[in-house]
Design a binder for this molecule. Structure first.
Ligand SMILES: C[S@@+](CC[C@H](N)C(=O)[O-])C[C@H]1O[C@@H](n2cnc3c(N)ncnc32)[C@H](O)[C@@H]1O
Length: 242
């Protein structure tokens, strides 16, 4: 097994240099203003140069399909890393403004530089912080226009132990669009990565317990990013409201 596959859970998410190297690789190799080529170039870097913890190409296709289903005008990602997931969301939803919350300021800078290279800087915003920081980041998002029922799509891909608490915090703000039984309007879609690998068991248990009540969830069986040996599960949940 290759070095990068053995070390999926031990590589740093912040500051071991590979993320900055990925940004340099994109600027050197991807066509400016071409999101397709930027995404493909990041995938190539992850396969051929250094492993990255992006959602990746296989799960990225599931993410794309969920975005297309949600047709978002406003999307939120938790965990920006190098900006790859947000790029995929912005590409799949040409009318959307995409916000992404990132703990590490260095990662935020890398993501912004990649978004600028892809020509998507005007629709993508990284907010440095965490949903659990006592309201500071949630208030910053409110300043950007997040309000009752405005949020159409959310991608949860950060600290696995914070998935459920952070979802509850967003629910408490009332931002997620609920399904409308009267007119058949769909509810917001929430996608959660890495539910099996490394795992978010409380989030999975919550979605299973709420099936058909507050949420309607599909469990996608898939693989960890950039390899086919390790299995992962991605959840795609429609918010029914209540
Ligand atoms: C798996 S990566 C995100 C990958 C990204 N969604 C993509 O597909 O390109 C996880 C990121 O979450 C960040 N992170 C960790 N804990 C966080 C938290 N509580 N809030 C926001 N970001 C966090 C890490 O610094 C890291 O950049």
């Amino acid at each position: 097994m290759a070095f990068h596959q053995r070390n999926i859970f031990t590589v740093g998410q912040i500051g071991d240099g590979r993320e900055a190297a990925a940004a340099r690789y994109v600027v050197a190799n991807a066509r400016r203003g071409d999101p397709d080529d930027v995404i493909a170039t990041i995938d190539r870097f992850a396969y051929e140069e250094s492993f990255l913890i992006n959602v990746g190409d296989e799960k990225g296709a599931l993410l794309d399909a969920a975005v297309v289903r949600a047709q978002p005008r406003l999307a939120l990602e938790l965990g920006t890393y190098c900006g790859y997931g947000a790029l995929r969301i912005a590409r799949a939803a040409p009318a959307a403004r995409v916000f992404s919350v990132e703990l590490a300021a260095a990662n935020a800078e890398i993501a912004r530089s990649i978004w600028a290279h892809a020509g998507l800087a005007d629709r993508t915003t990284c907010v440095v912080g965490t949903i659990g920081d006592g309201g500071r980041t949630l208030d910053a998002l409110a300043q950007y226009g997040f309000g009752t029922g405005t949020l159409d799509f959310m991608f949860i891909d950060h600290d696995k132990s914070a998935y459920l608490a952070d979802l509850r915090s967003v629910l408490d703000r009332g931002w997620l669009r609920a399904a409308h039984a009267s007119n058949g309007g769909g509810g917001a879609i929430v996608v959660a990565d890495n539910v099996k690998l490394p795992g978010a068991p409380d989030y999975l248990a919550y979605m299973r317990a709420e099936q058909g009540a507050r949420w309607n969830t599909v469990e996608h069986k898939t693989h960890g990013e950039y390899q086919t040996l390790l299995r992962d599960v991605m959840l795609e949940s429609e918010y029914l409201g209540g």
